[in-house]
Design a protein around this ligand. Structure first.
Ligand code: SF4
Ligand code: SF4
Length: 347
């Protein structure tokens, strides 16, 4: 039984309530004719016809670029002053279950030894409201990585859509319960008696994929130079698009940028944290000129290793949640599931 009920017509009231309290309300809405997660201020902006927004909402906790410190260079040396973590209470509405599961993956990395509060403090203030999938496309493969279109991992509140476009509401976390209680004028206590839940679309599990076999193959360092890598991934052009849209990819770089023209003196600037990508040819370039991943297939192999070997060994969270975004955006149609199948068939 659901805990509560949300009428479609009350979403506008929820948006106003969150924003009036100083928070952000982020949901799938159209931009350049594609569904993307973005800040919205009215229910009319919501896109009702999306499968998965083009971008990942990881940028709500891990922005593409942000200033983490300010520096000055003076006669007495270099001064560095860290920035406080910014961010507001944020609600992401209409997230898909695959993506919600990826938040756990980001937290695993950003709390692994060192706590990256730029990420964790934002996540603490994020309420994730998922909607179980009633649509899928050929790129969706959540079931192949042991998730499902109705998984609640990473959700605070999980919704199931009804035929009338309203929602049955399940609170998943304490944060979710508190959110529902705070907005009890919107989340009604009882579902309508005639509420019929839309059927969930379950992507078929890819039969040829065996995650355990993949992990075993990847664990054997003798397979690093296996010809399978150049054979399967030679067409990758290293654009990095797959990593930028991936909800679990988390690589970043730190750069110091002088603010000579905007600052008071030429000797001050900002330290920035920027998204980076293991698919870029200079990602592992050493100052000596040596590059341990000097060809594209090695870079692609690394990304695959990260998802299906390093992550499952180090963390209980998933390296890949089967969202299929990397398949949809890849300009050369390099399909990660084809590589998963090919590796699964190897002895
Ligand atoms: S590797 Fe591809 S399918 Fe897996 S989580 Fe990342 S974008 Fe989604
Ligand atoms: S796999 Fe595709 S999207 Fe990813 S870097 Fe290579 S060409 Fe770009």
């Amino acid at each position: 039984m659901p805990d509560n009920f949300l009428k479609r017509r009350d979403i506008g009231k929820l948006i106003a309530s969150v924003r009036d309290a100083g928070g952000r309300f982020v949901a799938p809405a159209l931009a350049a004719r594609q569904a993307v997660y973005k800040d919205i201020s009215s229910a009319e902006e919501l896109d009702d016809d999306y499968i998965l927004p083009r971008n990942s909402y990881k940028e709500l906790v891990f922005p593409q670029t942000e200033v983490i410190a300010d520096f000055t260079i003076g006669k007495d040396g270099v001064g560095l002053k860290g920035r406080d973590v910014t961010g507001r209470d944020t609600v992401v509405f209409g997230a898909r279950p695959c993506e919600a599961a990826s938040l756990e993956s980001l937290r695993s990395v950003f709390t692994w030894g060192f706590i990256d509060e730029f990420c964790t403090k934002r996540e603490d203030r994020l309420v994730v409201i998922t909607i179980a999938c009633t649509k899928a496309d050929g790129a969706c493969f959540c079931t192949t990585v042991d998730l499902s279109p109705k998984s609640v991992t990473g959700s605070d509140v999980a919704l199931s859509e009804t035929d009338a476009g309203d929602y049955l509401v399940h609170s998943v976390s304490e944060k979710g319960k508190a959110f529902i209680a705070k907005h009890s004028d919107v989340f009604k206590a009882k579902p309508s008696a005639d509420a019929v839940v839309k059927p969930i679309i379950m992507p078929e599990r890819i039969k040829g994929v065996d995650l355990e076999k993949i992990k075993k193959f990847l664990s054997d360092t003798a397979h690093y130079e296996n010809p399978v890598w150049p054979e399967l991934t030679r067409k990758c052009i290293g654009c990095g698009a797959c990593t930028y849209v991936c909800p679990t990819c988390h690589c970043f770089d730190i750069t110091d940028e002088a603010t000579a023209y905007g600052g008071k003196t030429p000797f001050e600037g900002e330290r920035r944290k920027n998204w980076d990508a293991c698919q870029f040819d200079n990602f592992t370039l050493h100052a000596s000129g040596h590059n341990p991943r000097d060809t594209q297939f090695k870079r692609w192999r690394n990304r695959f290793m990260c998802k299906f070997n390093y992550y499952p060994k180090k963390f209980s969270s998933k390296g890949c949640v089967g969202c299929g975004r990397c398949i949809r955006v890849c300009p050369v149609r390099l399909d990660i599931t084809e590589v998963m199948e090919a590796i699964s068939k190897r002895p």
